[in-house]
Design a protein around this ligand. Sequence first.
Ligand SMILES: CC(C)(COP(=O)(O)OP(=O)(O)OC[C@H]1O[C@@H](n2cnc3c(N)ncnc32)[C@H](O)[C@@H]1OP(=O)(O)O)[C@@H](O)C(=O)NCCC(=O)NCCS
Length: 156
Amino acid sequence: MSLRPASVDDLGAIMVLERAAFGGDAWSDDVMRAELASPHTWYVAAEDEGLLVGYAGLRAPAGSRDADVQTIALDESVRGRGLGREIFRALLDEARRRGVSEVFLDVRADNEPAQRLYTSEGFEPIGRRPNYYPGEGVDAIVMRLRLAAAREGGAA
Ligand SMILES: CC(C)(COP(=O)(O)OP(=O)(O)OC[C@H]1O[C@@H](n2cnc3c(N)ncnc32)[C@H](O)[C@@H]1OP(=O)(O)O)[C@@H](O)C(=O)NCCC(=O)NCCS
């Protein structure tokens, strides 16, 4: 398993994983292409023997103190083995390189595995967006990580 930056060349393989992971909430090809092409984002791909098995993306415009975790997904066959944490940490490392002080994300209120991952990396819930995923009427939890605080061992 290895990590590398992702690019627009990975669009097809990423969309296969995107649709499998998010179904009706999946982004369109056009939205994902724009994400991968943007100078304000950084996407990482996880490969296993040349096959793309996971990806994650960060939005951190130049000069901004904030960043957003845009997405993270793995092929079902490789979940639960620590790869999600590894690519999530790669995003946080990139945020630090860009001088970001706070990272935000939205997560479905019913996505316990993802919430546990984020909490264990120091994120805390700061709000709730009702019906953010309207198809199923599911709320989003908004979470935040203060990077300076995380570096100092989690003290607020
Ligand atoms: C969320 C996701 C990226 C996590 O990746 P992963 O490789 O499965 O997770 P890891 O093996 O690195 O585990 C990291 C932590 O996540 C949590 N976690 C992972 N799977 C879990 C499960 N089935 N139940 C509860 N917690 C779980 C645990 O806290 C775990 O830490 P631990 O192993 O020390 O207990 C992956 O499950 C995935 O692609 N899910 C579908 C897409 C998705 O929901 N993305 C998030 C959108 S906000």
